[in-house]
Design a protein around this ligand. Structure first.
Ligand SMILES: O=C(O)CCC(=O)C(=O)O
Length: 293
């Protein structure tokens, strides 16, 4: 068991002052304070329930297509999967990335040239077990050295979340935690879990809600005793140079790209192709794959 002083000193601390863009209004100031503070913010009812129903249908279609393909659906623990898809596989993609809140949050944290780099979904099924506390990737140098957050994960639930479904649980304010003892630089050892358990907040989003978080904020999915899966869409957005795009194979067809407004095109850095190839995932979270999927 690590002592309290050791656990308190895990955080490298937030930048001071916070990187609030020049001329920011109250909304932008609140976004920066939230992402650099708790590490997660949300907007209730940003989308309609019909949007969430369509999203659920697209997720299940993509899931069944990905499941038989090697590395189409990767395990994230017992009875949990992650699947990466192309924007064209989600009929609401344009509405999502062009939503004023998504645009404002992305620009406030990542700057005007933010890049949309990933689309995917997690599905914890009935019987999914508690994941270990983790972050989604290693703390990048820009965060370690300059305390800058260079990426965001937006999440949208496809169902109204209940306690039985094993909600997403997050430890607010832990996005700046760092220790050489973190396994793969992502998994705090069990001796440190009391820090995360003390801070743990369970989230119960409903269909149509959206959240944005730093993927560095320590979190995990919890045990499902429900009969209902809990699919969650993930939209990954980077600051230029953050480097997450190279872990993903998102692409768009020329016809789709040409149909997009220029204000969206300029945030796409992915290849424009004649034909989409189903995504074979490169990025997995090894520490979550140990349990059987
Ligand atoms: O259960 C969730 O909503 C999140 C799962 C998760 O954190 C992961 O698979 O990396």
């Amino acid at each position: 068991m690590s002592d309290t002083a050791t656990l308190e000193s895990l955080s490298i601390g937030r930048p001071d002052p916070l990187p609030i863009p020049a001329g920011a209004d109250d909304e932008v100031r609140g976004i920066v304070e939230g992402i650099y503070g708790d590490g997660i913010i949300g907007k209730k009812g940003a989308f309609s329930r019909e949007f969430a129903r369509d999203m659920a249908e697209d997720i299940y279609r993509a899931f069944h297509e990905a499941l038989p393909r090697p590395r189409g659906a990767v395990g994230r623990g017992r009875r949990r999967f992650y699947v990466e898809i192309h924007p064209e596989q989600l009929r609401g993609w344009l509405e999502l990335v062009d939503h004023p809140w998504v645009r404002t949050v992305s620009e406030a944290i990542l700057g005007p040239d933010y890049q949309i780099v990933e689309l995917g979904f997690d599905i914890p099924f009935p019987g999914a077990t508690d994941q270990p506390w983790h972050r989604d990737f290693r703390m990048p140098e820009a965060t370690k050295q300059d305390k800058r957050l260079t990426s965001l994960a937006f999440n949208l639930t496809a169902v109204d979340t209940t306690e039985e479904m094993g909600p997403f649980e997050i430890a607010p304010g832990t996005q700046f935690d760092w220790s050489p003892e973190f396994d793969h630089e992502m998994f705090p050892p069990k001796s440190m879990w009391s820090r995360y358990e003390e801070r743990a907040v369970r989230k119960y989003p409903k269909m149509g809600d959206i959240s944005a978080r730093s993927a560095l904020t320590i979190h995990h999915g919890t045990r499902s005793i429900s009969e209902t899966p809990r699919p969650v869409l993930v939209l990954g957005v980077d600051a230029p140079g953050a480097g997450n795009a190279e872990h993903h194979d998102m692409a768009v067809t020329r016809g789709f790209y040409d149909s997009l407004p220029e204000r969206v095109q300029r945030h796409l850095v992915c290849p424009i192709v004649d034909e989409l190839t189903p995504i074979t995932q490169k990025h997995d979270i090894e520490g979550l794959m140990m349990g059987e999927a």
